[in-house]
Design a protein around this ligand. Structure first.
Ligand code: MBD
Ligand code: FE
Length: 293
Protein backbone atom coordinates (compact mmCIF):
# COMPACT_ATOMS: atom_id res chain seq x y z
CA UNK A 1 0.00 0.00 0.00
CA UNK A 2 1.31 3.38 -0.94
CA UNK A 3 -0.36 6.71 -0.19
CA UNK A 4 0.94 10.18 -1.01
CA UNK A 5 -0.03 13.03 1.31
CA UNK A 6 2.91 15.44 1.12
CA UNK A 7 1.17 17.91 -1.20
CA UNK A 8 -2.12 17.79 0.73
CA UNK A 9 -3.20 21.03 2.41
CA UNK A 10 -3.48 19.19 5.75
CA UNK A 11 0.20 18.15 5.54
CA UNK A 12 1.47 21.53 4.37
CA UNK A 13 -0.53 23.32 7.11
CA UNK A 14 0.97 20.94 9.67
CA UNK A 15 4.48 21.71 8.43
CA UNK A 16 3.82 25.45 8.69
CA UNK A 17 2.30 25.13 12.16
CA UNK A 18 5.07 22.89 13.51
CA UNK A 19 7.80 25.33 12.46
CA UNK A 20 5.75 28.54 13.10
CA UNK A 21 7.10 29.54 9.69
CA UNK A 22 4.50 32.30 9.14
CA UNK A 23 4.58 33.47 12.77
CA UNK A 24 6.32 36.60 14.03
CA UNK A 25 8.02 34.96 17.01
CA UNK A 26 11.18 32.87 17.06
CA UNK A 27 14.53 32.99 15.29
CA UNK A 28 13.98 33.55 11.53
CA UNK A 29 17.13 31.73 10.38
CA UNK A 30 16.43 28.80 12.67
CA UNK A 31 12.85 28.62 11.40
CA UNK A 32 14.04 28.71 7.78
CA UNK A 33 16.49 25.84 8.34
CA UNK A 34 14.14 23.71 10.40
CA UNK A 35 11.27 24.24 7.97
CA UNK A 36 13.42 22.99 5.11
CA UNK A 37 14.82 19.99 7.02
CA UNK A 38 11.40 19.00 8.38
CA UNK A 39 9.84 19.43 4.94
CA UNK A 40 12.50 17.14 3.41
CA UNK A 41 11.81 14.61 6.18
CA UNK A 42 8.03 14.74 5.67
CA UNK A 43 8.63 14.22 1.94
CA UNK A 44 11.03 11.32 2.48
CA UNK A 45 8.56 9.57 4.82
CA UNK A 46 5.87 10.00 2.18
CA UNK A 47 7.99 9.11 -0.89
CA UNK A 48 9.61 6.05 0.70
CA UNK A 49 6.49 4.92 2.55
CA UNK A 50 8.48 4.83 5.76
CA UNK A 51 6.54 2.62 8.19
CA UNK A 52 5.85 3.52 11.83
CA UNK A 53 8.28 0.75 12.88
CA UNK A 54 11.02 2.24 10.69
CA UNK A 55 10.21 5.71 11.99
CA UNK A 56 10.50 4.66 15.65
CA UNK A 57 13.71 2.76 14.90
CA UNK A 58 15.10 6.10 13.68
CA UNK A 59 13.87 8.01 16.73
CA UNK A 60 15.34 5.41 19.11
CA UNK A 61 18.58 5.59 17.13
CA UNK A 62 18.81 9.35 17.73
CA UNK A 63 18.38 8.72 21.47
CA UNK A 64 21.23 6.19 21.42
CA UNK A 65 23.37 8.58 19.37
CA UNK A 66 22.91 11.22 22.07
CA UNK A 67 23.42 8.78 24.95
CA UNK A 68 26.68 7.66 23.34
CA UNK A 69 27.72 11.28 22.75
CA UNK A 70 28.45 10.46 19.11
CA UNK A 71 26.61 13.07 17.02
CA UNK A 72 29.95 14.73 16.18
CA UNK A 73 31.41 11.32 15.25
CA UNK A 74 28.55 10.36 12.96
CA UNK A 75 28.80 13.72 11.14
CA UNK A 76 32.24 13.04 9.60
CA UNK A 77 31.28 9.40 9.03
CA UNK A 78 28.39 10.55 6.84
CA UNK A 79 30.66 12.95 4.92
CA UNK A 80 28.93 16.01 6.37
CA UNK A 81 32.13 17.50 7.82
CA UNK A 82 33.90 16.92 4.49
CA UNK A 83 31.03 18.66 2.70
CA UNK A 84 31.73 21.79 4.76
CA UNK A 85 35.37 21.64 3.58
CA UNK A 86 34.34 21.12 -0.05
CA UNK A 87 32.16 24.22 0.26
CA UNK A 88 34.88 26.34 1.90
CA UNK A 89 37.37 25.22 -0.78
CA UNK A 90 34.90 26.21 -3.50
CA UNK A 91 34.35 29.60 -1.83
CA UNK A 92 38.11 30.13 -1.73
CA UNK A 93 38.51 29.26 -5.41
CA UNK A 94 35.66 31.62 -6.29
CA UNK A 95 37.42 34.40 -4.34
CA UNK A 96 40.68 33.62 -6.20
CA UNK A 97 42.27 32.43 -2.95
CA UNK A 98 44.62 29.75 -4.19
CA UNK A 99 47.43 28.10 -2.26
CA UNK A 100 48.25 27.52 1.36
CA UNK A 101 48.24 24.22 3.23
CA UNK A 102 44.91 22.53 2.42
CA UNK A 103 42.32 22.38 5.16
CA UNK A 104 40.78 19.15 6.33
CA UNK A 105 38.21 18.28 8.97
CA UNK A 106 38.62 18.95 12.69
CA UNK A 107 36.83 15.83 13.90
CA UNK A 108 35.26 15.44 17.35
CA UNK A 109 38.35 14.97 19.55
CA UNK A 110 40.01 18.38 20.00
CA UNK A 111 40.34 19.65 23.56
CA UNK A 112 41.31 23.29 24.27
CA UNK A 113 43.80 24.18 26.96
CA UNK A 114 47.05 22.34 26.25
CA UNK A 115 49.95 24.27 27.84
CA UNK A 116 51.54 26.69 25.34
CA UNK A 117 55.33 26.43 24.88
CA UNK A 118 57.78 28.59 22.94
CA UNK A 119 58.83 26.90 19.69
CA UNK A 120 59.11 23.33 20.97
CA UNK A 121 56.73 21.17 23.02
CA UNK A 122 56.75 17.62 24.34
CA UNK A 123 53.44 15.85 23.85
CA UNK A 124 54.44 12.43 25.25
CA UNK A 125 53.38 12.82 28.88
CA UNK A 126 52.49 9.13 29.36
CA UNK A 127 54.95 6.36 28.49
CA UNK A 128 53.70 4.12 25.66
CA UNK A 129 55.83 1.00 25.21
CA UNK A 130 54.14 0.23 21.87
CA UNK A 131 54.90 3.62 20.25
CA UNK A 132 58.22 4.80 18.87
CA UNK A 133 59.43 8.40 19.13
CA UNK A 134 58.26 10.89 16.53
CA UNK A 135 59.35 14.47 15.91
CA UNK A 136 56.97 16.69 13.97
CA UNK A 137 58.29 20.06 12.86
CA UNK A 138 57.95 22.77 10.26
CA UNK A 139 57.62 26.45 9.55
CA UNK A 140 54.50 28.59 9.63
CA UNK A 141 54.55 30.96 6.65
CA UNK A 142 52.22 33.66 5.37
CA UNK A 143 50.92 34.16 1.81
CA UNK A 144 54.22 35.90 0.95
CA UNK A 145 56.18 32.81 2.01
CA UNK A 146 57.78 34.62 4.96
CA UNK A 147 57.85 33.04 8.44
CA UNK A 148 55.04 34.02 10.79
CA UNK A 149 56.02 34.91 14.35
CA UNK A 150 53.51 34.58 17.19
CA UNK A 151 51.45 31.86 15.51
CA UNK A 152 49.78 29.38 17.85
CA UNK A 153 50.25 25.84 16.51
CA UNK A 154 48.07 23.28 18.29
CA UNK A 155 48.52 19.57 17.67
CA UNK A 156 46.65 16.46 18.85
CA UNK A 157 46.69 12.79 17.97
CA UNK A 158 46.01 9.25 19.20
CA UNK A 159 48.27 6.84 21.08
CA UNK A 160 49.42 3.38 19.96
CA UNK A 161 45.89 2.03 20.59
CA UNK A 162 44.18 4.70 18.50
CA UNK A 163 42.81 6.39 21.64
CA UNK A 164 42.90 10.13 22.39
CA UNK A 165 43.40 11.53 25.89
CA UNK A 166 40.12 12.84 27.38
CA UNK A 167 38.23 10.27 25.25
CA UNK A 168 40.18 7.11 26.16
CA UNK A 169 37.71 4.32 27.03
CA UNK A 170 40.41 2.57 29.11
CA UNK A 171 40.87 5.72 31.21
CA UNK A 172 44.61 5.22 30.87
CA UNK A 173 45.81 8.63 29.70
CA UNK A 174 46.80 11.78 31.60
CA UNK A 175 45.05 15.04 30.74
CA UNK A 176 46.59 16.56 27.59
CA UNK A 177 48.69 13.50 26.79
CA UNK A 178 49.50 13.72 23.05
CA UNK A 179 48.12 17.25 22.91
CA UNK A 180 50.50 20.17 22.45
CA UNK A 181 50.61 23.88 21.70
CA UNK A 182 53.54 25.98 20.52
CA UNK A 183 53.96 29.72 19.95
CA UNK A 184 56.28 30.44 17.01
CA UNK A 185 59.22 32.82 17.31
CA UNK A 186 60.61 35.10 14.56
CA UNK A 187 61.76 32.05 12.51
CA UNK A 188 58.14 30.76 12.35
CA UNK A 189 59.29 27.29 13.40
CA UNK A 190 57.42 24.79 15.56
CA UNK A 191 58.41 21.36 16.83
CA UNK A 192 56.51 18.63 18.68
CA UNK A 193 58.34 15.72 20.33
CA UNK A 194 55.84 12.92 20.56
CA UNK A 195 55.06 9.25 19.86
CA UNK A 196 53.85 7.57 16.68
CA UNK A 197 50.03 7.32 16.60
CA UNK A 198 47.95 4.57 15.05
CA UNK A 199 44.57 4.94 13.37
CA UNK A 200 41.30 5.53 15.19
CA UNK A 201 38.33 3.16 15.14
CA UNK A 202 34.77 4.04 16.13
CA UNK A 203 33.63 2.48 19.43
CA UNK A 204 32.39 -0.98 18.31
CA UNK A 205 29.20 -0.85 20.41
CA UNK A 206 28.46 2.81 19.68
CA UNK A 207 25.69 4.33 17.60
CA UNK A 208 28.03 5.40 14.78
CA UNK A 209 29.45 1.92 14.21
CA UNK A 210 25.92 0.50 14.46
CA UNK A 211 24.84 2.71 11.56
CA UNK A 212 28.00 2.00 9.56
CA UNK A 213 27.34 -1.75 9.96
CA UNK A 214 23.93 -1.27 8.35
CA UNK A 215 25.72 0.42 5.43
CA UNK A 216 28.33 -2.34 5.17
CA UNK A 217 31.09 0.18 6.00
CA UNK A 218 33.98 0.16 8.46
CA UNK A 219 34.55 2.95 10.98
CA UNK A 220 38.33 3.29 10.85
CA UNK A 221 40.71 6.12 10.10
CA UNK A 222 44.34 5.88 8.99
CA UNK A 223 46.95 7.13 11.48
CA UNK A 224 46.86 10.93 11.44
CA UNK A 225 47.86 14.07 13.33
CA UNK A 226 45.60 17.13 13.75
CA UNK A 227 46.57 20.82 13.65
CA UNK A 228 45.06 24.21 14.33
CA UNK A 229 47.15 27.22 13.34
CA UNK A 230 45.87 30.49 14.77
CA UNK A 231 47.25 34.02 14.18
CA UNK A 232 45.91 37.58 14.35
CA UNK A 233 46.68 38.26 10.69
CA UNK A 234 45.75 35.18 8.66
CA UNK A 235 42.91 32.72 8.34
CA UNK A 236 42.78 30.02 11.00
CA UNK A 237 43.93 26.73 9.48
CA UNK A 238 42.35 23.42 10.53
CA UNK A 239 44.21 20.49 9.04
CA UNK A 240 45.75 17.05 9.53
CA UNK A 241 48.42 14.91 7.99
CA UNK A 242 48.31 11.15 7.52
CA UNK A 243 51.16 8.80 8.33
CA UNK A 244 52.56 7.69 4.98
CA UNK A 245 52.12 3.99 4.26
CA UNK A 246 49.02 3.41 6.42
CA UNK A 247 46.85 0.92 4.46
CA UNK A 248 43.71 2.98 5.17
CA UNK A 249 45.08 6.25 3.76
CA UNK A 250 42.57 6.22 0.89
CA UNK A 251 39.90 4.39 2.89
CA UNK A 252 39.24 6.86 5.72
CA UNK A 253 35.72 6.55 7.15
CA UNK A 254 35.79 10.33 7.74
CA UNK A 255 37.05 11.30 4.23
CA UNK A 256 39.82 13.61 5.49
CA UNK A 257 42.73 12.40 3.31
CA UNK A 258 44.22 14.80 0.75
CA UNK A 259 47.14 14.18 -1.61
CA UNK A 260 49.04 17.22 -0.22
CA UNK A 261 48.64 16.02 3.39
CA UNK A 262 50.80 12.88 3.30
CA UNK A 263 54.31 14.10 4.20
CA UNK A 264 57.28 11.73 3.94
CA UNK A 265 58.37 9.97 7.14
CA UNK A 266 62.14 9.78 7.53
CA UNK A 267 64.28 8.01 10.11
CA UNK A 268 66.85 10.01 12.08
CA UNK A 269 69.33 9.45 14.88
CA UNK A 270 70.20 11.77 17.75
CA UNK A 271 66.94 11.28 19.61
CA UNK A 272 68.69 10.81 22.95
CA UNK A 273 70.02 14.37 22.78
CA UNK A 274 66.43 15.56 22.22
CA UNK A 275 65.26 13.63 25.31
CA UNK A 276 63.47 10.94 23.28
CA UNK A 277 63.25 7.40 24.62
CA UNK A 278 65.28 5.94 21.72
CA UNK A 279 68.12 7.43 19.70
CA UNK A 280 66.52 6.43 16.41
CA UNK A 281 63.28 8.25 15.76
CA UNK A 282 60.83 9.08 13.01
CA UNK A 283 60.84 12.61 11.65
CA UNK A 284 58.08 14.38 9.76
CA UNK A 285 58.44 17.85 8.30
CA UNK A 286 55.05 19.47 7.88
CA UNK A 287 55.07 23.11 6.85
CA UNK A 288 52.03 25.25 7.48
CA UNK A 289 51.29 27.89 4.85
CA UNK A 290 48.50 30.33 5.76
CA UNK A 291 46.09 32.30 3.57
CA UNK A 292 44.75 35.87 4.04
CA UNK A 293 41.73 36.56 6.23
C1 MBD B 1 39.10 10.97 14.81
O1 MBD B 1 40.31 10.90 15.38
C2 MBD B 1 38.93 11.90 13.87
O2 MBD B 1 39.96 12.69 13.58
C3 MBD B 1 37.71 12.02 13.21
C4 MBD B 1 37.51 13.01 12.14
C5 MBD B 1 36.66 11.20 13.54
C6 MBD B 1 36.85 10.27 14.50
C7 MBD B 1 38.06 10.15 15.14
FE1 FE C 1 41.61 12.27 14.81
Amino acid sequence: MSVKVFEDKETQDLLKAATNIDGAQGNPRFKQILHRLLSDLFKAIDDLDITPDEFWTGVNYLNKLGQDGEAALLAPGLGLEKLLDIRMDAEDRQAGLEGGTPRTIEGPLYVAGAPVKDGVARMDIDPDPDAGPLVIHGTVTGPDGKPVAGALVECWHANSKGFYSHFDPTGAQTEFNLRGAVRTGPDGKYEFRTLMPVGYGCPPQGATQQLLNQLGRHGNRPAHVHFFVTTDTFRKLTTQFNIEGDPLIWDDFAYATREELIPPVTEKTGGTALGLKEDTYKDIEFNLSLTPL
